[in-house]
Design a binder for this molecule. Structure first.
Ligand SMILES: C[S@@+](CC[C@H](N)C(=O)[O-])C[C@H]1O[C@@H](n2cnc3c(N)ncnc32)[C@H](O)[C@@H]1O
Length: 219
């Protein structure tokens, strides 16, 4: 069934997302129960309920959506991904869940302001080839300015008091302007700190830098 859906629709999609200036991580690796420590923390902070709204930015083929539904059985969950093939698979895998919407998008620009209780942007704002190549500069693979734009869009969509969750990024949220409107409320344990290389505002490698900050509350 899934193969039929992809076969029918893929030729019309083309590969425009591959050359989009908004693209970060091109690889769609994901896994069930990839971040239990994070999902548990956010659920304990925000609670769950029919009025709660969650956004999975870069939901890939759906494991994150399925996990969010388990941790937040009542919340409305939206998933977006820049790659339409991931979206098709994700929609298929989540088709029996109520309160779940999956769309193709490369940013949160179309999302209303102050909408979400929590936004999860996990293993998206990075590029695996950077870590593999250990380059001194991240451009032209990624640019800090694109990261800053992406997180500014998400910051706008988090409700006051809501949470923005970022992990496995090649840049630090604390280097962006919008970070001043948020408080850090969760730092990852040593074992959960992302191994991704970190680059500064000028796209230069910050040798040996590590970044444990993961969950930010909007003031
Ligand atoms: C490594 S997967 C992460 C999947 C999931 N969040 C997880 O952590 O298991 C990265 C995903 O981000 C998506 N992606 C990359 N750039 C994006 C963008 N600008 N907007 C939305 N999705 C994007 C990719 O298509 C891919 O599915």
């Amino acid at each position: 069934m899934l193969r039929n859906i992809l076969h029918r629709t893929l030729p019309h999609w083309g590969g425009k997302w591959r050359t989009s200036a908004s693209l970060f991580q091109p690889f769609n690796h994901t896994a069930p129960e990839r971040y239990p420590w994070l999902f548990r923390f956010v659920r304990d902070e925000t609670g769950d309920g029919p009025e709660h709204r969650l956004l999975s930015f870069g939901c890939s083929i759906g494991d994150e959506i399925l996990a969010l539904r388990r941790y937040f059985p009542q919340a409305a969950v939206k998933g977006i991904d820049i790659n339409p093939a991931n979206v098709a698979v994700c929609r298929y895998r989540t088709r029996r869940l109520s309160g779940v919407v999956i769309e193709t998008a490369g940013s949160a620009a179309q999302e209303p302001a102050n909408r979400y209780d929590a936004i999860f942007c996990l293993a998206v704002l990075c590029n695996g080839t950077l870590t593999a190549m250990a380059k001194e500069r991240c451009d032209p693979v990624l640019y800090f300015d694109a990261f800053a734009r992406a997180v500014a869009d998400m910051a706008r969509c988090v409700k006051p008091g809501g949470l923005l969750c970022l992990t496995s990024t090649n840049f630090r949220f604390c280097d962006t302007t919008v970070a001043s409107g948020f408080d850090v409320i969760y730092r990852a344990n040593e074992e959960h700190i992302s191994p991704d290389l970190l680059y500064d505002r000028n796209n230069r490698l910050m040798k040996g830098a590590r970044y444990a900050e993961v969950v930010f509350r909007k003031r």
